[in-house]
Design a protein around this ligand. Structure first.
Ligand code: DCP
Ligand code: MG
Ligand code: MG
Length: 363
């Protein structure tokens, strides 16, 4: 029996959340901005609704450029990102999506894979109905639209979910995988970026069908064995990674028992710095950014005390983690009477480093 895998991706996610909050924005161009600390319009566009995309506004573009593109449009909105609100909407929608899965794999705030092989008995007509139910359900309950790809594996489903956007549903049955992939631009394969695409185009390869003319040895020579083999298989719609149960991670933390009980900043800060490095290495390994930092004490009477702070923007910077943690330590010690026995550091309000998903993490 063939597997049935769904990939769900929310449409223009941050901007759609803003439309949910303020419905009259729906017919106007909306761009969600991540302003940098430098003030003014410095910073980048996180995403834009489809109305703004008509004018060429897109993710990653400097805010200044986007404003130029929408210069002549009076009612265009440039809104600061409200990450907490987007997380709230995401959790609600993910809760619903999860209930339709045999196996649920959370990828990021706006993305998840579902294995529904068992509950559909491998029947693609039933799967298509399940996908439609998911779409209806999150539209009814959260007012959110999404696009879904259905196919025998994660890779093809991911490509299929972006095939028709927004509000798409693309079902690729096992025997239509090749017909579906062949005419697509090579760039549609997750992980193949602009540079790689250019390299192929120079050699006269434009579509997935063209790509299939290259044998695996040639691709391995070009990209190394791991990526070469991935591209070779991807062009044929072959991808074996199973959907693995994964829930959103709420936080990462490390805690240590100190070599002696203390309430001296100079002593505690040494352990604090080590803890920050350890937490930071998890963050890097997991490809995450954090927006909140916390410091925790277990005191000599075993009671706990903690302090945390929300940052202005998500970051993966060790420097920022250390700086914030040291400030929190200092503040926590101001009124400290008991000695500290165990010291902990945590980061939360996690998000994914952009452009990284488990498929594309090869690159
Ligand atoms: N994001 C970001 N910076 C980027 C890309 C994305 O901050 N360079 C954020 C904002 C997006 C969210 O991640 O809303 C999800 O990214 P997607 O790539 O899924 O893009 P959208 O959901 O915005 O649009 P689409 O309708 O194409 O899925
Ligand atoms: Mg999306
Ligand atoms: Mg996405």
């Amino acid at each position: 029996m063939h597997k049935v895998i769904l990939h769900v991706d929310f449409d223009y996610f941050f901007a759609q959340c803003e439309e949910i909050k303020t419905p009259h924005l729906k017919t106007k161009p909306v761009a969600v901005c991540i302003f940098s600390d430098r003030g003014g319009d410095s910073g980048a566009i996180a995403t834009a609704n489809y109305e703004a995309r008509k004018y060429g506004v897109k993710s990653g573009m400097p805010i200044k450029f986007a404003k130029k593109r929408l210069e002549s449009i009076k009612d265009a909105s440039f809104l600061p990102a409200d990450f907490e609100y987007y997380s709230e909407i995401s959790s609600k929608a993910m809760e619903i999506i999860k209930s339709f899965a045999d196996v649920f794999e959370y990828v990021g705030k706006d993305e998840a894979y579902l294995d529904v092989t068992k509950r559909t008995d491998g029947d693609y007509a039933v799967a298509s109905h399940v996908a439609q139910q998911i779409k209806n359900s999150i539209r009814d309950k959260v007012k959110l639209s999404c696009s879904i790809g259905v196919s025998p594996n994660k890779l093809v489903s991911k490509i299929a979910s972006s095939y028709k956007k927004p509000d798409g549903l693309t079902v690729v049955t096992p025997d239509s995988v090749e017909i579906f992939l062949d005419p697509l631009k090579i760039r549609e394969i997750p992980g193949i970026g602009k540079k790689t695409e250019e390299k192929f185009i120079e050699e006269g390869f434009e579509t997935v069908s063209d790509l299939k003319k290259l044998d695996v040895f040639t691709l391995n020579k070009m990209f190394g064995r791991k990526i070469g083999t991935y591209i070779y298989n991807a062009a044929r719609g072959i991808y074996d990674e199973p959907v693995t149960e994964r829930q959103p991670t709420i936080q990462y933390s490390k805690i240590v028992t100190l070599t002696q009980d203390s309430k001296e900043y100079d002593f505690l800060v040494k352990s604090l710095k080590e803890l920050c490095s350890e937490v930071h290495s998890i963050i890097i390994k997991e490809n995450k950014m954090f927006k909140s930092v916390g410091v925790q004490f277990v005191q000599t009477d075993l009671s706990t005390k903690s302090k945390s702070r929300m940052l202005k923007n998500p970051t993966a910077s060790l420097e920022e983690l250390g700086k914030t943690a040291m400030q929190l330590l200092q503040e926590a010690l101001e009124s400290q009477t008991l000695l500290v026995r165990r010291l902990g550091v945590k980061v939360s309000e996690l998000s994914d480093v952009q452009g990284q998903s488990n498929i594309t993490s090869y690159f």
